[in-house]
Design a binder for this molecule. Structure first.
Ligand code: FES
Length: 83
């Protein structure tokens, strides 16, 4: 199924503090004004956010370029040119 283009929300990851057992919703479309979190702006794009539960409390680097192969975590894909 096709979807609208994915936007880059940044050119590097953002470090966020997570709490073990909490549920988070990572923006996969790049349109959210509340990066890296989904704010519902993906409506109508055909792109869904990534909902995940933190496995531990602490800091993690979340992807903002939205090109990561390991969402929501940064895999250094921001260092590659945009497709
Ligand atoms: S606003 Fe981007 S996935 Fe929801």
């Amino acid at each position: 199924m096709s979807h609208s283009p994915i936007h880059r929300a940044g050119n590097g990851p953002v470090k966020v503090e997570l709490t073990q057992g909490e549920t988070y919703t990572w923006c996969a479309c790049g349109r959210s004004a509340s990066q890296p979190w989904c704010d519902g702006s993906h409506q109508g794009t055909g792109i869904d956010p990534v909902v995940f539960v933190a496995e531990r409390t602490g800091g993690v680097w979340l992807c903002l370029c939205k090109q990561t192969g390991t969402p929501p975590l940064c895999d250094s894909s921001h260092k590659k040119p945009s497709p």
